[in-house]
Design a protein around this ligand. Structure first.
Ligand code: S3P
Length: 441
């Protein structure tokens, strides 16, 4: 079967409302926490993408049952460490760093050894960032030079830790929080700011977790061994998926869109802050609170005059998955945009900073790269006419999405490979584009 798409025409104007796929981070967390609760959790609007389905398969392998009824997944938990694990269990996290790193945190007390594997992309990623704190808790870990496959066997002698998380990684922070659930006493994490869905979800479950917010760091105190009951959760839309439609609308002509029911938690809102600093005029309407998260509808209109940005690196973590698509806006903005300290981009599903530079050069944009900083020389008159082929990007879903949005807004004759990568996070991406009038073969 052909695993590529062809785009030969720019998208014509549209004025409509859409929904995008449900939040991936929240979907995975709701499954993992449901697996630790006592009784039935009912999760509705779960994202049905490969990363999330792998999370469901993983808890099933660990002895947790679930069934789907209509739009709701019923997950049957047996409390903290309530897994029932047979010998020689292997969990395959597929492409998902979030699943792989978070589930390790739930395995610190297992009696049997569990092996964790992943796909080609995940097998190249660094796990030392979680192995270090997991070992401090007392878990036994064997790895392939800090990469997958990893074998973890838990211990009955867990000890609470105090840990400084200095990367600004929500995956590392959440792995530590989940390990702390099974550990007696109070564990303390001084975490550089990153998305805080795990903390908010535990708080909404009345779990004894305290967060003291400081300027750059949050101090998180987790008291272990408190049980919590099954819960209901309705997963909102994912701003990372919405980001591609925000930029599509901004960069095409005479169009507007309303993207409904999106999680606009401050720790995820970097893209809106950055694009509004560039003059995008994106509006959040109908704001409401849900289990500590903030939900809103996002309104965007096409914009002709966008300005370059000198992007404060304090926004990096809140936009970490969105920089690829933000760079496309910088490519069309007036002036030189500057972004700093983006080394973490190269630790994602592919080396995204390297690929971004390659991509921008391919579409004729001047880029200066200094290790983890880049300057992008915008060209407001950028229009493409040539042939482009995008391939060999480790099937990174976000590079696929970026290429489609570039093709539909800048023109040119595009062949984009690895169409299946959309199943990682946003299986209905192409369908939604087509509903807006995009011509895609
Ligand atoms: C995620 C955290 C981020 C992000 C990833 C999802 C999460 O990774 O890039 O797509 O759900 O916790 P890091 O925590 O490694 O920055």
């Amino acid at each position: 079967m052909k695993n590529y798409i062809l785009i030969k025409n720019r998208i014509e104007n549209f004025n409509t409302k859409i929904k995008v796929s449900s939040d991936k981070s929240i979907s995975i967390r709701s499954i993992l926490l449901a697996s630790q609760s006592i009784g039935t959790s009912k999760i509705s609007n779960l994202l049905e993408s490969e990363d999330v389905l792998n999370a469901l398969k993983a808890i099933k392998k660990l002895g947790i049952n679930y069934e789907k009824k209509g739009n709701v997944y019923n997950i049957q938990g047996f409390g903290l460490n309530g897994f029932n694990i047979s010998k020689k269990t292997t969990i395959n996290a597929g492409n998902s760093g979030t699943l792989a790193r978070l589930i390790l945190g739930l395995l610190v007390k297992t009696k049997t050894t569990v092996k964790l594997i992943g796909d080609q992309s995940l097998s190249k990623r660094d796990f030392s960032r979680v192995i270090k704190p997991l070992k401090l808790f007392g878990a036994n870990i064997k790895s392939n030079k800090n990469m997958l496959p990893i074998e973890i066997s838990g211990t009955n002698f867990l000890r609470p830790i105090t840990y400084n998380e200095e990367i600004g990684s929500a995956q590392v922070k959440s792995c530590i929080i989940l390990s702390a659930l099974n550990t007696p006493g109070v564990s303390i994490i001084n975490a550089k700011k990153s998305r805080d869905h795990t903390e908010l979800m535990l708080k909404s479950l009345k779990y004894p977790i305290k967060v003291k917010k400081n300027h750059k760091y949050d101090q998180i105190l987790v008291k272990g061994l408190s049980q919590f009951r099954g819960f209901d959760y309705n997963v909102p839309g994912d701003i990372s998926s919405a980001s591609f439609f925000i930029v599509l609308t901004l960069l095409c002509e005479k169009s507007q869109i309303k993207i409904e029911n999106i999680n606009v938690n401050q720790s995820r809102l970097g893209i809106v802050t950055i694009l509004n600093k560039m003059g995008a005029g994106i509006k959040l309407k109908k704001k409401r609170k849900y289990n500590g998260e903030e939900i809103a509808d996002i309104h965007v209109k096409s914009k002709k005059n966008l300005n370059a940005i000198n992007c404060p690196s304090k926004l990096n973590s809140a936009a970490i998955d969105e920089f690829l698509i933000i760079f496309l806006v910088a490519a069309k903005a007036k002036g030189i945009s500057k972004f700093k300290d983006l080394g973490e981009m190269n630790k994602k599903e592919s080396k995204r900073l390297d690929l971004a530079v390659k991509f921008l050069k391919l579409i004729g944009i001047k880029v200066q790269r200094f290790k983890n900083d880049i300057n992008i020389y915008g060209n407001p008159n950028l229009i493409l006419k040539k042939k482009f082929e995008i391939k060999n990007f480790l099937k990174d879903h976000r590079i696929f999405f970026l290429s489609c949005i570039a093709a539909l807004t800048l023109g040119g004759n595009w062949k984009v490979n690895d169409k299946d990568s959309i199943n990682t996070s946003f299986p209905t991406f192409l369908k939604t584009l087509k509903e807006l009038g995009a011509k895609i073969n």
